[in-house]
Design a protein around this ligand. Structure first.
Ligand code: BES
Ligand code: ZN
Length: 618
């Protein structure tokens, strides 16, 4: 098997050295590993900061080690001390390196005596990259302030000093104090009946990687959706969310049937304000979710299937470095499809697979060759660089190919054994392949060769024989789109009354990049796309309308961009506006108003788009 030189070298020296190879962390897990985190946090809303006390339990790997190196970003370190078995503390010397733009500040703690525990007193910055602080006015119910974390990929270090690499797992417990009335939740078992007394405790007994560390606090109500599931959301949102997510128990039970017991106990969902920068985040026991999936018709519930699937692919078996993230996201997107098929039927699962496959076919050729690979050469790959459609959609396409070649029964058994075999471990692509070779490829000879597997994993583009599902409904939409564009079918005559969300997405996705203005206007007149409450449809529609020069949509597009901070739904509109000088000027105006409501990640992304457009202009 082709091993990357750096990884092969590490393996020869010491198996653990493989894990020392995370270029996105300063941690030195071959020297010492954090095994448990004990957190004491005070949520300070007026100052938009956490006052923290982090006690790290250490497992020294090198008996001669002289220091503990941690990841931090914009943390204010007040004190570092060693904690003896007798509870006595001894101050430790430490050095905080200058801030690296990507990695933050390396914290080197002098530990000549290799203490069993180290304790750090610190505060976070109001601009912490992994936290968003909202004033009451920025919430739905306007009563209390709100805050939430988003640690993936490398933002946990902006609110806790730790070894911020997915290769390192630790258990944690936490005590959090907050103003009364506020509910605090974390990525651990949450008690729906916890009194709102400003004093919360949590215990996560399973070892998790740092990117799954999560916290949120605010005016949060709870509604049960099943025997082991509930939704958490602002009071005015919680009923709608409970209705949208009422199938949660069915989804959990279905996944258990496929891949074995749900390992984590409860599965709750926290619906965040619309500034949440992602669709969903698979924080253990408590998925964090965007409210943009609350459409009222359960059409975007695949998000729950996806985040729930991570309870196996990702949270049980984790990619050891960001370069291997397709092991999380590709496997999860495949499992998501299986859950959707079992609960909502094959036609919908096929539509979702086709939507993503067609989008990937369109985009992959324009990417740098290294980014087209599932497992890219890690040199020069930043933490979020591997997080493109390739990880999700080429990854899941590869697994669907395996399923078709080996047959569903044998492939299901294989995948279940894989999750079991690597449960609570962090692995590289190469370890996954080492397991796949004897347990799938060689076990059922003649179905698929290792060369074909490697072409998927290390090759560019999409293999030519990659199988696509067939969707008669999508075929009919292709036909109608063609007829409409050719002038053979009026917009009002499109058979779109019964189109679901995915079918509208598909219709819009495959319009020309710059569609004729008159066609766009006819579409809008017939189907009232401007102002749609469905943000997936809105993002696509406004992108087309802006590109096609339909200025009538600008105000509604601006409203969408201001209300929604989810990167995937908002950045395409900035990009569409940035293509013309007038549009760019408008986008800058929109951003000036929207900025204070955006998450730091969204601010950074939008500022990048605007800066890039301006540099091209000059
Ligand atoms: N783990 C991801 C979100 C993520 C990835 C956050 C990388 C930060 C860095 C999550 O499981 C995810 O994939 N969310 C998707 C959901 C969709 C595929 C249903 C999203 O946010 O759009
Ligand atoms: Zn995911």
């Amino acid at each position: 098997m082709r091993l990357l030189p750096a990884l092969a070298f590490g393996m020869l020296m010491l198996p653990l050295a493989v894990y020392a190879n995370d270029p996105n962390s300063y941690a030195q897990p071959d020297q010492v590993r954090v095994t448990h985190l004990d957190l004491d946090l005070r949520i300070d809303f007026p100052h938009k900061q956490l006052d923290g006390l982090a006690t790290l339990k250490l497992d020294w790997k090198n008996p001669q080690a002289q220091s503990l190196v941690l990841d931090t970003r914009d943390l204010n370190i007040a004190k570092v001390e060693a904690l003896g078995a007798d509870g006595k503390t001894t101050p430790l010397k430490y050095a905080l390196a200058p801030r690296d733009k990507q990695l933050g500040s390396k914290l080197t703690i002098a530990t000549p005596r290799r203490p069993a525990q180290v304790r750090i007193v610190y505060t976070t910055s109001p601009e912490a990259s992994g936290l968003q602080w909202l004033t009451p006015a920025q919430t739905a119910d306007k009563k209390l302030p709100f805050m939430f974390s988003q640690s993936e990929s490398i933002h946990a270090r902006s609110w806790v000093p730790l070894q911020d690499s997915p290769a390192i797992r630790f258990t944690y417990d936490a005590h959090v104090s907050a103003p009364k009335e506020v509910r605090v939740v974390m990525s651990a078992i949450n008690d729906a009946k916890h009194p709102l007394d400003g004093d919360f405790t949590f215990d996560q007994p399973h070892p998790i990687p740092s990117y799954l560390l999560a916290i949120s606090a605010g005016d949060i109500a709870v509604k049960e959706t099943g025997p082991r599931s509930a939704v958490y959301a602002e009071p005015s949102v919680v009923d709608k969310a409970a209705h949208e997510f009422e199938d949660t128990e069915k989804l959990i039970a279905t996944t258990e049937q496929l891949y074995g017991p749900y390992a984590w106990g409860r599965y709750d969902i926290l619906v965040l304000p619309p500034s949440f920068p992602y669709g969903g985040m698979e924080n253990p026991n408590m998925t964090f979710a965007t409210p943009t999936v609350l459409v009222g018709d359960k059409s975007l519930v695949s998000l729950v299937s996806h985040e729930l699937a991570h309870s196996w692919s990702g949270n049980l078996v984790t990619s050891a470095a960001w370069r291997d993230i397709w092991l999380n996201e590709g496997f999860t997107t495949y499992v998501q499809g299986r859950i959707t098929e079992a609960v909502y039927g094959k036609p919908l699962a096929d539509e979702e697979a086709l939507l993503s496959a067609r989008a990937l076919q369109k985009s992959i050729g324009a990417m740098p060759v290294n980014s087209q690979k599932l497992a890219p050469d890690p040199r020069g790959v930043g933490a979020d660089d591997s997080l493109s459609d390739v990880a999700y959609d080429k990854g899941s396409w590869f697994l669907r190919t395996l399923e078709l070649r080996f047959g569903r029964d044998d492939f299901d058994a294989y995948l279940k054994s894989y999750f079991h075999h690597f449960a609570f471990q962090s692995i590289t692509t190469e370890r996954m392949l080492d397991y796949m070779k004897p347990n799938l490829i060689e076990k059922y000879p003649g179905k698929m060769s290792m060369e074909e597997v490697k072409a998927w994993v290390y090759g560019k583009g999409i293999p030519e024989d990659a199988p696509l599902p067939d969707s008669p409904r999508f075929n009919a939409i292709d036909q109608q789109r063609n007829d409409f564009l050719a002038g053979k079918l009026a917009a009002a005559k499109l058979d779109a009354k019964g189109w679901n969300t995915q079918e509208w997405m598909y219709f819009l996705d495959r319009l020309p990049d710059v569609a004729p203005l008159d066609k766009l206007q006819q579409l809008d007149a017939a189907w009232h796309l401007t102002g749609t409450p469905n943000a997936e449809i809105g993002m696509r529609w406004y992108s087309h309308a802006i590109a096609g020069g339909d200025k009538d949509v600008w105000t509604a597009a601006a409203e969408h961009m201001t209300r929604i901070g989810r990167l995937y739904l908002t950045t395409p509109l900035y990009k569409a506006f940035a293509k013309t000088p007038e549009g760019l000027a408008y986008a800058e105006q929109v951003y000036a108003k929207a900025r204070s409501g955006y998450h730091p990640m969204t601010q950074q992304a939008v500022e990048g788009i605007i800066a890039k457009a301006k540099s091209k202009k000059n």
